[in-house]
Design a binder for this molecule. Structure first.
Ligand code: BGC
Length: 373
């Protein structure tokens, strides 16, 4: 298996979790375990800070609302802040610092740039607060206590598999298939992990000639989408079409790391008058779920934000009571300074075929799926 370099350290991608679908290899059959760290508890009703990045996808918008409601329901004071779209890193640093000064007991952080928060996270620790990295890892600091996320490497593997399956089912011809690869923003630690998971599946098929990346752009750096911005993906796709897919040259598939970028890629291809390729995604955004049901976008990933927020609030409750915090992975997420004890949830692949089943517990999306039946 490929190893992913994260923060200059090898992220030990000996992903027992990703391969077996359970976190149990060394932990007694997939049962949850405590982090083994002492927690001391704090007063009920304390303030909990939640620092979220800019709203680059629907999941971030939803998370803010769910944290506000869920923390208050659990008896805490919630201080939920988004970093604005401009000057995002500095603003997020200030917001976290203000949460520390304001006496927050736990600070939950969806990092804009996980490499630029070490000072603020250390300040939180020094003030006696706990820090939970939410969805995106915070790098190069020992002061981050826990990480909670969907299994990012597995997300990538599911995307790679979906691309392959979609090509076999829909390309309308036998292999080789022409594909292009897109990855997420370089300041988000998840981007390398998603891409690593996808390439774990796709690289052998590139090596054996089943897949051809016609542009030759297969590195994380070449495929990156700065800021996770749709316009950047659309521009890169436009450029690739001009440089590589002129005339009748077929573009059979595109690995897209999320739905926002998938739709931008599809717009570019459609504007160029090309046939619709198999395009992957992630996040189950409303417009992408519709697109999948209409047979345009091929796949997405269901990472139910409600479950992730619920798990995070559960951790906060354990910290408040001074209990051991439940984690299920203590190997995968080396942030460059330590392996961060993590609770990883299982992502679910969604195509038109399994959408009703995949969204059985997400009423708003199920309703959309059912409206196409
Ligand atoms: C999240 C993805 C999301 C992306 C852009 C990532 O860190 O894990 O779900 O698509 O950020 O917002």
């Amino acid at each position: 298996m490929k190893r992913i370099a994260l923060a200059g350290t090898a992220l030990v991608a000996a992903t027992a979790l990703a391969l077996t679908g359970c976190a149990g290899a060394e932990r007694g059959g997939g049962t949850d375990e405590g982090s083994g760290e002492e927690t001391t508890g704090f007063e009920a009703g304390s303030t909990i800070g939640v620092a979220l990045p800019d709203k680059t996808s629907e999941n971030w918008v939803l998370a803010g609302q769910l944290f506000t409601d869920g923390l208050e329901e659990a008896g805490f004071e919630a201080d939920v802040q988004y970093a604005p779209a401009s000057n995002t890193v500095a603003e997020q640093q200030n917001q976290i610092q203000a949460m520390v000064t304001g006496g927050a007991k736990v600070i939950i952080i969806g990092a804009k740039d996980g490499k630029q928060l070490a000072t603020q996270v250390q300040a939180a620790k020094d003030a006696g607060a706990y820090v939970i990295a939410y969805d995106r890892l915070i790098e190069n600091t020992e002061a981050v206590d826990y990480y909670v996320a969907f299994d990012n490497f597995k997300v990538g593997q599911l995307q790679g598999n979906a691309l392959l399956e979609g090509l076999e089912a829909n390309a309308g011809h036998e292999a080789p298939y022409n594909i292009e690869l897109f990855s997420g923003s370089p300041d988000d630690a998840n981007s390398a992990v998603f891409f690593g998971g996808a390439m774990d599946v796709l690289q052998p098929k590139i090596d054996d000639g089943t897949l051809v990346v016609k542009s030759g752009q297969t590195d994380l750096g070449q495929t990156a989408t700065e800021g996770w911005l749709a316009e950047n993906a659309q521009n890169r796709m436009d450029t690739l079409i001009t440089s590589t897919y002129g005339g009748d040259t077929m573009l059979d598939g595109v690995l897209s790391p999320n739905d926002t970028l998938a739709r931008a890629i599809l717009t570019s291809v459609q504007q160029a008058g090309k046939d619709i390729p198999v395009v992957t995604g992630q996040d189950s955004e409303v417009e992408s779920v519709k697109s999948i049901m209409e047979g345009v976008q091929y796949s997405t990933i269901n990472k139910d934000t409600a479950l992730l927020v619920e798990q995070t609030i559960k951790m906060v409750g354990q910290l408040q009571k001074g209990e051991e915090v439940e984690v299920n992975d203590t190997e995968q997420y080396d942030n460059g300074a330590k392996v961060v004890p993590s609770y990883l949830l299982e992502p679910i692949i969604v195509t038109k075929d399994n959408a009703a089943e995949a969204y059985a517990n997400v009423p708003s999306l199920l309703e959309i799926v059912e409206s196409y039946n």
